[in-house]
Design a protein around this ligand. Structure first.
Ligand code: ADP
Ligand code: MG
Length: 335
């Protein structure tokens, strides 16, 4: 059997057997944005790791190394945010082709340090090796939070409202520009490109949402709303209805997709890297939660749909209701 037949998530399901051999204090192993280990005093340790490879996740000639450093750390911090945690320490491992300019990697660290300083993260270690062909970046981030507040993927409940914390599809628009060899020519396009190069990790927002105890389940949108909400639905054994006209799609993306005849649904639902948080919360909390969030952060959360008992996944558009396939970015499958 080849990887392209089962995809990334089919593979993870297959290897997820007998992985936890010493159960004591393990709250979550494989299957969420972070693993969760119980510490003393009601706190847990959150751990996450993500890898970025040249020509798979980025194109080294097309990204400023400072942006690459910023983004590599941001995508890891986002997984801590997705549990509601506080990130603490990062470890950076690099496999570097011998002909790489030292200055390129120094700039990479400058970008990473910029975000680390913004978020008060320690860069605590890592590993450096040579690579025969491509630059490989692997980051591990540790975080912590109170055990009673951890937000998992498998606890969404029928009747919950589904929210996202920001616009979706901008990063996909930026990537589309980049892959078509276009240089951004106006503020619209610069905005899309910026979202792709420097995703905002919703760390304070995730922490605040966890503290409210009003949220049932949460994930960060790395692979696309369809795919990442799909993980919540599968883990929680529920379904969902999403309303197309409620999706927070930016004016910049609308303009771009019209001008270049791109599929706005594909870019906003089935392509990833926006790194907004997607969470569910009972309907009774809606008004209070939306107002309190706005008061705290001066910006909105966007209700985009509802969790349903029937294990089906639908999109409501002006034309009617259509089934959504939870496909998004998968390393081994065509999307
Ligand atoms: P995310 O997109 O939030 O980083 P992933 O979709 O990459 O999460 O991974 C889903 C889950 O599978 C996570 O719990 C992750 O730790 C785990 N996982 C992914 N790849 C492997 C692997 N090769 N071995 C063990 N666990 C893995
Ligand atoms: Mg994640």
């Amino acid at each position: 059997m080849q990887f392209k037949e089962i995809g990334e998530f089919g593979f993870i399901d297959k290897i997820n057997i007998q992985t936890i051999l010493s159960q004591k204090d393990i709250i979550k192993g494989i299957g969420d944005d972070c693993s969760v280990r119980r510490l003393s005093d009601g706190q847990v340790l959150l751990t996450t790791t993500d890898m970025l490879i040249d020509r798979v996740h980025f194109i080294s000639q097309m990204i400023d190394p400072k942006d690459l450093g910023y983004k590599s750390l941001a995508v890891n911090l986002s997984d801590i945010a997705a549990m509601g945690g506080t990130p603490l320490d990062a470890y950076i491992s690099l496999a570097i082709p011998a002909q790489t300019q030292v200055e390129y990697m120094q700039s990479f660290y400058e970008g990473m340090r910029e975000l680390a300083m913004e978020q008060n993260i320690n860069l605590m270690g890592g590993d450096t090796t040579s690579s025969i062909q491509d630059l490989v970046i692997n980051i591990v981030v540790l975080g912590s939070m109170p055990e009673s507040e951890v937000l998992f993927r498998n606890t969404a409940k029928p009747g919950d409202v589904i929210y996202v914390t920001g616009e979706i599809g901008n990063s996909a628009g930026g990537l589309d520009l980049l892959l078509n060899g276009k240089t951004p020519i106006n503020d619209n396009e610069r905005h899309l490109m910026g979202s792709h190069f420097r995703p905002y990790p919703y760390i304070r927002e995730g922490r605040w949402l966890a503290e409210t105890k009003r949220v049932n389940a949460m994930i960060d949108v790395s692979d696309g709303v369809a795919s990442d909400l799909g993980h919540i639905l599968k883990a929680s054994q529920v379904g969902a209805l999403i309303h197309f006209n409620k999706l927070p799609i930016s004016e910049e993306l609308k303009y771009y997709t019209q001008k270049h005849k791109r599929d706005i649904l594909k870019l906003s639902l089935h392509t990833g890297e926006d790194y907004v948080l997607l969470f569910t919360s009972p309907l009774v909390n809606q008004k209070e939660l939306m107002m309190a969030y706005h008061k705290q952060f001066g910006k909105s959360i966007y209700p985009i749909g509802e969790i349903q008992k029937e294990q089906e996944f639908f999109l409501q558009t002006n034309e009617g209701r259509e089934s959504i396939h939870p496909r998004g970015w998968d390393h081994f499958k065509e999307i």
